[in-house]
Ligand binder design. Structure first.
Ligand SMILES: *Cc1c(COP(=O)(O)O)cnc(C)c1O
Length: 406
């Protein structure tokens, strides 16, 4: 008796019956990946310019990475943070070295890294004053995660409203508007959190004047500057961390997404006095920093060095920029082009949902939007120029066939 292969449709029905519905998913069931291509249950091949939301920096099935995590899986997965383990010490040394930070704490996700960063800022101020009235300045149009602390600093009413009241003591300024930050600063301010390049909000890089000004305000008030580098960090912009383009160093930073290349691992890092603000008992995690995820992070950091990935990103990123500029010039509906390295966005005067789904379903190109009218390009960092050409071909076809404005 031969068992019939389950169809995509039946997988989707079962998925919808099972999952708590907080997503409207695309009707594609992915089964495996190789290089820059994903394959679904129907055997269809898709070019990936999305990398699982800026996660799969090395693409799929990288042999060196895969062999390393396979070997670690056989050796040791987890021991808890009551003991030392060698992969986390190695990963920690490499991550502090490339970031110039003094200390690291490994988390399971981005949102948890943000939680830790918020706790450092509060703890730092509490250590000085013993008061519990400290405020954090966050940015409108930002994204820092879905846990309630990270949500409290996420400047998006739509995400926040159903879950109020959230953590108190958060005030929102406008990104790249220094006066709006200065207006909120006061003796109670213990930290400022911002994305060096706003990702979900639509690929908005910070201006140098803004970062310099916020740095100066934090110094003046002895508040901590927190950069969320979860999306824009880990080589995506052509430097290991986006703030390194500006030469403006934070006191605390968060990383996740590409750090594990698909194995869930994040981190918060701190330098100077912020690096010792919390003490034993203040923070913890069961899984965070376990040998398995840290072996992945450690290998990712090695590969960045050995393959000179940041230099590669600079080069291919420039090429992507040129190609997208050309597209932007060819369609009147494209009203903006922003970003750095392999984190770029095209802004349209119309919603892009239709283009993105046409690209995916007809052209077999995986892309995502940021907001409703921006297409975001956050491909694996190992793409080559000819992959950009292939993407452009498919994107152009998707734009043409998806032009609801004709
Ligand atoms: C994705 C993201 C987060 C949240 O990370 P999760 O791993 O989904 O919790 C936080 N900040 C930024 C800038 C992000 O892009």
């Amino acid at each position: 008796m031969t068992e019939q292969k389950k169809t995509k449709e039946s997988w989707i029905v079962e998925g919808e019956e099972t999952f708590y519905k907080t997503y409207n998913r695309f009707p594609v069931v992915f089964e495996r990946g190789q290089g820059l291509y994903l394959y679904d249950t129907e055997g269809e091949e898709y070019l990936d310019f999305y990398a699982g939301i800026a996660v799969n920096a090395l693409g799929y099935g990288d042999p060196e990475y895969t062999e390393h995590i396979r070997a670690q899986a056989e050796k040791l997965l987890h021991v808890s943070n009551y003991f030392y383990n060698t992969p986390s010490i190695e990963a920690g040394k490499k991550l502090t070295a490339v970031s110039g930070m003094d200390k690291v704490f490994f988390t399971n996700s981005g949102t948890e890294a943000v939680e830790g960063a918020i706790k450092i800022a509060r703890r730092y101020a509490y250590n000085k004053t013993g008061k519990q009235d400290h405020e954090i300045i966050a940015m409108k149009n930002s994204f820092h995660g879905r846990s309630t602390g990270a949500l409290a600093v996420t400047g998006n009413d739509h995400y926040q409203e159903p879950f109020q009241p959230l953590m108190p003591g958060i005030r929102f300024a406008h990104f790249n508007d220094l006066d709006s930050v200065r207006d909120l600063f006061c003796e109670k301010t213990c930290g400022v959190i911002l994305e060096t390049i706003q990702g979900e909000g639509g690929i908005y890089p910070a201006t140098r004047e803004f970062l310099e000004g916020v740095r100066a305000l934090c110094d003046q008030y002895d508040a901590l500057l927190i950069f969320d580098e979860i999306q824009c960090g880990m080589g995506r912009t052509g430097e290991m961390f986006a703030w390194q383009h500006y030469g403006i160093k934070p006191d605390v930073m968060t990383v996740a997404k590409a750090l594990g290349n698909g194995v869930p691992v994040g981190a918060f890092l701190a330098c100077g006095p912020a690096a010792s603000a919390m003490v034993p008992g203040d923070h913890g995690t069961t899984y965070g920093g376990n040998p398995f995820v840290c072996a992945a992070a450690s290998k990712v950091l090695d590969i960045f060095q050995s393959r000179k990935l940041t230099a590669h990103v600079k080069e291919v990123g420039e090429y992507l920029w040129e190609q997208l500029e050309e597209i932007a010039g060819s369609y009147g509906e494209i009203t903006g082009h922003r970003g750095m390295g392999l984190m770029q966005g095209l802004e349209f005067s119309v919603p892009v949902g239709r283009i993105v789904s046409n690209a995916l379903l007809e052209q077999k190109l995986v892309l995502i939007s940021a907001g409703t009218d921006i297409i975001r390009f956050v491909p694996p960092l190992v793409i080559e120029k000819e992959d950009v050409d292939e993407m452009v071909k498919r994107l152009t076809a998707a734009i043409v066939s998806g032009r609801s404005w004709n």
